[in-house]
Design a protein around this ligand. Structure first.
Ligand SMILES: Nc1nc2c(c(=O)[nH]1)N[C@H]1C(S)=C(S)[C@@H](COP(=O)(O)OP(=O)(O)OC[C@H]3O[C@@H](n4cnc5c(=O)[nH]c(N)nc54)[C@H](O)[C@@H]3O)O[C@H]1N2
Ligand SMILES: Nc1nc2c(c(=O)[nH]1)N[C@H]1C(S)=C(S)[C@@H](COP(=O)(O)OP(=O)(O)OC[C@H]3O[C@@H](n4cnc5c(=O)[nH]c(N)nc54)[C@H](O)[C@@H]3O)O[C@H]1N2
Ligand code: SF4
Ligand SMILES: [Mo]
Length: 718
């Protein structure tokens, strides 16, 4: 059992829900309150590790700004209403818009928080099958679609996502990732600092490619500054060297590949000298890295948000995967590997393998992917009149006004809608536009199976968590809200109301039939009941090689040269290698241990200390503009401008500036009191929804041209 009773104090084992590391927590509760949170030393993956955000869960649990029940917006402000009334009102509003303007007039979006709310993953389809709108989108196009499309086109399924097997690697290259701040992404590696230190202790090497000398770069053996947005040129040059110097050796992969020669031929023009001119990395450093990587025993080349959320995100992730393929490091211990999840979404025959460009969006003609539209099209689809215009929106577990590129345009678009519903526990910069807000019960009141993040873990793992605290106030789970809303919409539209089962029951069935399930004959014989008896989670061993069985391409081979990505090499030639002004500053993002997207700024404990929302800039760039450290500056881009203090640092490349995202909770109507006091500005008032990776519609958060000018001196703002 998950609960050991010690007097009135109960101990619960859960996972932290604030980042992808999903650290195991030991939570003590008494009389309906959390009294302590610490790392669970018996969690097989995190082994007691916890960061400051994990500890802050205690304060976040009792946040007084959190909505206790649904609220409806009226002329005189927000009014608390009962669940039945709220759900009827939401369904009426959405169906009314669909009756008047067609099904596609209602859009939906599921954002970041869904990764740690498994019931949204299991039951989002219930709402969508009632809405029947093609304007459905998810986090993919603002987070990881470049990775999904690479897996879909190369391996046959978007969820065949590969992870760096850090714990067994001898040579790790990380580009566009700063796991010491983020704790890792598409790489569930709690306590990553210790894992990287262990790599070095066993004689391994860590190489970081990043326009900023990050916390992770400071730990690395080699750090290469790269000009933002140019990683595709860098990776193409690496592959070119591997092919030209005869260093390519796919080893045991050789029999499973299609098209590698075609890639080699297409990359001939991408020499290290040309890459140097574009990336700012010396040709000799590129050569040395290619040779060392090829010579290393068990190496992995990994890229994350900095190389995904940029103009050539898809091509970059594809080339990175090919570097692993060409050196025989795919599916190899210590290389780029697939997890073998206990609940394997890629193995579900009903899952979308990542169908590409089945249709194109109305206004800009961007391709659909996996049945979804790129979320970066939503503002224009809301603002552009005509048949198919979006006029209502269901926003789930997300704060897109602060997270989408060109957030202030989306802000205006949301204000223009006929109707909006938010599944969200706060009145945020986004949900303030809703007609009705449906707040789910707190994470700690919900059961949870670690469906998404254990699929990217450094070991195969299964963990089910029972609620730590009961739902006392008539609250609902997100999945119950999705079902209740879906049912009401279906009834109103005269569609059949489908029966459903709980997320836990679904997981139980899939577990039993999965890789380690009772039905498979695996000795672990997993069932949900068995997981309930192991509250710290069950360790299912190190990552295993899965080729060729896991492949879902028709010919069961790895497609190295997907035409959709090969075609984009031409854009690389024409756009990336075109001459650029050396005077422009390029904006990139940044993450800090003390903040998580827009979710943690209402927590006093995390907001104490130095202001995080500063512009990082190289001292030479300050001097050129006669700016002083700490001074207020105005940063302007093609889409907007923001004013914030500048912090001089030699850790950032000259010509590059950085602002973290998720700030600016000071807007009128936001009810997050601590966050509003420390408002800061939104980096996404500078990013541009019109400047996306055209292959996928992926948002470009990194490499945004901006100008910076001084406002007034530091004394006046401090
Ligand atoms: N400039 C710039 N912009 C970026 C990025 C960047 O690097 N730079 N990164 C991008 C990335 S990778 C991401 S993932 C996105 C994140 O973008 P979003 O999807 O907006 O994620 P969050 O800001 O984390 O907001 C999550 C919301 O979920 C709500 N929430 C919390 N718990 C629950 C719950 O139990 N149920 C429900 N229904 N809701 C809940 C929170 O209150 C919050 O409003 O931002 C993107 N935007
Ligand atoms: N503390 C904390 N942890 C988080 C989050 C958070 O907000 N705070 N967010 C979570 C989410 S939603 C995600 S998706 C993950 C992301 O996890 P990571 O991918 O590790 O995210 P970042 O820490 O933003 O690191 C991105 C790095 O890319 C660099 N970069 C920017 N542009 C370029 C470029 O053009 N080329 C190269 N090579 N590098 C570039 C940046 O300088 C930065 O160091 O983190 C998760 N964990
Ligand atoms: S590293 Fe991430 S999952 Fe672990 S305690 Fe911190 S916020 Fe939570
Ligand atoms: Mo993300």
């Amino acid at each position: 059992m998950a609960i050991e009773v010690e007097g009135t104090i109960e101990t619960h084992y859960r996972n932290c829900y604030l980042c992808e590391a999903v650290c195991g927590l030991e939570i003590k509760t008494a009389d309906g309150h959390v009294i302590s949170v610490r790392g669970d030393k018996d969690d097989p993956l995190s082994q007691g590790y916890i960061c400051p955000k994990g500890v802050a869960i205690e304060e976040m649990y009792k946040d007084p700004d959190r909505l206790q029940q649904p609220v409806k917006r009226s002329g005189s402000g927000w009014q608390e209403i009962g669940w039945d009334e709220a759900l009827d009102f939401a369904a009426d509003g959405l169906v009314d818009v669909q009756r008047r303007f067609g099904d596609d007039a209602v859009a939906d979006f599921i954002g970041n928080a869904y990764g740690t709310i498994y019931g949204i993953v299991t039951h989002i389809g219930y709402l969508r099958s009632a809405l029947k709108s093609r304007n459905s989108a998810s986090l993919a196009s603002i987070d990881h679609i470049s990775h999904l499309i690479t897996s879909a086109l190369m391996y046959g399924h978007q969820f065949l996502l590969t992870v760096p097997d850090l714990d067994r690697s001898e040579y790790v290259v990380m580009a566009g990732a700063n796991p010491l701040a983020s704790n890792g992404s598409l790489m569930t590696a709690p306590g990553v600092r210790d894992r990287l230190k262990a790599l070095k202790a066993r004689g391994g090497k860590l190489v970081i490619i990043d326009p900023r000398r990050t916390e992770t770069a400071k730990l690395a053996d080699t750090h290469l500054f790269i000009k933002p947005g140019t990683d595709a040129a860098f990776a193409a040059a690496i592959l070119n060297i591997l092919f030209e110097e005869g260093l390519a050796n796919p080893r045991s992969l050789a029999g499973h590949l299609n098209g590698l020669d075609e890639v080699a031929a297409a990359l001939k023009a991408f020499t290290p000298e040309r890459a140097e001119a574009v990336t700012g990395v010396e040709a000799n450093s590129i050569r040395q890295l290619a040779r060392e990587f090829a010579a290393a025993d068990r190496a992995v080349w990994y890229g994350r948000i900095g190389t995904c959320a940029q103009q050539f995100g898809a091509v970059t992730q594809w080339l990175f995967s090919l570097i692993n393929v060409a050196t025989g490091n795919l599916d190899r211990p210590g290389g780029f590997m697939w997890n073998t999840p206990a609940v394997d979404i890629a193995a579900d025959p009903n899952s979308d393998p990542g169908r590409y460009a089945e249709w194109r969006t109305r206004v800009r003609g961007l391709p659909s992917f996996g049945g979804e539209a790129p979320a970066t099209t939503f503002a224009e689809e809301m603002l552009t009149e005509g048949k198919g215009q979006i006029r209502a929106f269901v926003c789930i577990a997300s704060n897109p006004v602060l997270s989408f590129p060109n957030g202030h345009r989306l802000d205006a678009a949301l204000a223009s809608l006929d109707f909006m519903v938010a599944l969200e526990p706060f009145i945020t910069a986004t949900s303030r536009h809703a007609n009705v807000i449906l707040p789910a019960a707190r994470h700690l009141q919900c059961d949870h199976y670690e469906l998404i993040f254990h699929s990217f873990a450094m070991r195969n793992m299964a963990k089910y968590m029972q609620p730590a605290l009961p739902i006392t106030d008539g609250g609902k789970h997100d999945w119950e809200i999705l079902v209740a809303l879906g049912e009401r919409i279906a009834e109103r539209k005269g569609l059949p109301v489908e029966p459903t089962i709980s997320p836990a029951a679904m997981i139980d069935l899939t577990l039993q039939n999965g890789h380690y399930g009772k039905a498979s004959g695996h000795p672990a014989a997993l069932t949900l009941d068995k997981l309930k008896d192991h509250p710290h989670g069950i360790d299912l061993g190190p990552l295993q090689s899965r080729l060729p069985d896991c492949l879902q391409t028709a010919d069961k081979r790895i497609h190295c040269a997907p035409p959709e990505l090969m075609a984009d090499l031409r854009r690389l030639e024409t756009e990336l290698f075109a001459a650029r002004s050396s005077e422009e500053l390029l904006l990139i993002g940044r993450r800090h241990v003390r903040s998580k997207n827009s979710q943690t700024q209402n927590c006093q404990r995390l907001m104490r200390g130095r202001n995080l929302c500063e512009l990082f800039m190289h001292p030479d760039d300050l001097a050129k503009r006669q700016l002083q450290n700490g001074q207020m500056v105005r940063v302007a881009s093609q889409t907007g401008e923001v004013s914030l203090p500048v912090a001089a640092t030699e850790d950032i490349m000259p010509g590059v500036v950085s602002i973290p995202h998720g700030f600016d909770h000071g807007r009128q109507g936001v009810r997050q009191s601590i966050a509003s006091e420390h408002a800061g500005v939104s980096a996404n008032d500078l990013t541009d929804d019109q400047r996306v990776d055209p292959v996928t519609g992926m948002a470009v958060y990194n490499g945004v041209p901006v100008t910076v000018e001084g406002l007034y001196q530091a004394e006046k703002v401090r």
